[in-house]
Design a protein around this ligand. Structure first.
Ligand code: ZN
Length: 308
């Protein structure tokens, strides 16, 4: 089996400010973990920049020009209270989205079985016309649209186990039955969306979880709601919004998952990918703010992809 790892040094240069939780140290911790000998078999690839056309499949022209035009020559520019641009942010955001589009190309063309995109900024809060929640462009949605529009896939799914709801992905998908979005997330919590009543055109499955839910409730949400709906959707490509901030050590929310859950979840998702999508699965990094937990969780996740 071939698992590709997409990343780019530019993703380390995006700097939202000294005390911001979405720090370059996150990606450094991930890349250090994936530099261990057990990951030597990963096929490492440099993420290209996403093209304007790739971004336009999800975002408005105004949004793309607004974000890229707001990148400062020096210092920082705030897009909202949480979302901050530094001089390298535009390039980093293009590489992050480009990682997912390239990974989609690689799994569809059978160059790889699956892929992990170690990128930042994350993407799942970015709506078609709004950046928010540390996110500028919606990397997962952009990859999904490329699978559908360029590769002609009939059905593409995004599964999101970040502790926050992916309001951006839901907004991009909710009127289109050829796309599927399912999320477990702590609720209520930022960004405030993700109630179980939000179902799109029958293509959205939200399973809100109370604080302190832990592994049992998470796995129940997956096995009772998300996995059966995903199976019934019969995806031709599975994209994972892989956020690891539901880990019990994470400072942003107490959902209390652990590394074993980050082994279990991709195993279940790969079963469905093998049943319907020839095993095609692309995971992209979203949140995860405790550096040790993030590194261990990504390692657990990627270990499963490599053994798929
Ligand atoms: Zn998150």
């Amino acid at each position: 089996m071939t698992t590709c790892l997409y990343t780019h040094p530019a993703c380390l240069e995006h700097d939202p400010g000294r005390h911001h939780p979405e720090s370059p140290a996150r990606l450094r911790a991930v890349l250090t973990a994936l530099g261990e000998p057990e990951f030597a078999r990963l096929e490492r690839r440099e993420a290209p920049e996403a093209t304007f056309d790739d971004l336009l499949r999800v975002h408005s022209r105004h949004h793309i020009e607004h974000i890229l035009g707001a990148v400062p020559r020096s210092g920082h520019v705030g897009i909202d209270a949480d979302t901050v641009l530094s001089p390298a942010s535009g390039t980093a955001a293009l590489r992050a989205a480009g990682a997912v589009t390239a990974a989609v190309d690689a799994v569809v063309s059978k160059e790889a079985d699956n892929a992990f995109c170690a990128v930042r900024p994350p993407g799942h809060h970015a709506e078609p016309a709004r950046a928010m929640g540390f996110c500028l462009f919606n990397n997962a949605a952009i990859g999904a649209m490329r699978g559908r529009e360029i590769h002609g896939l009939a059905r593409v799914a995004v599964i999101d186990f970040d502790v926050h709801h992916g309001n951006g992905t839901q907004a991009a998908f909710e009127n289109d039955g050829s796309l599927f979005y399912a999320s477990t997330h702590q609720y209520p919590l930022y960004p405030g969306t993700g109630a179980s009543s939000e179902i799109g055109v029958g293509n959205i499955v939200n399973v809100p979880l109370r604080p302190m839910s832990g592994s049992g409730q998470f796995r129940l949400a997956m096995t009772q709601h998300i996995l059966p709906a995903l199976d019934a959707f019969r995806p031709e490509l599975v994209i994972v919004s892989a956020g690891f901030d539901a880990h019990r050590s994470d400072p942003l929310a107490p959902l209390l998952l652990d590394e074993a859950d980050y082994t279990w979840a991709p195993e279940k998702l790969l079963e469905i990918a093998h049943r319907h999508a020839k095993g095609r699965l692309v995971a992209t990094l979203e949140g995860g703010y405790d550096l040790d937990a993030l590194a261990a969780s990504v390692a657990a996740h990627v270990r499963v992809l490599m053994s798929a």
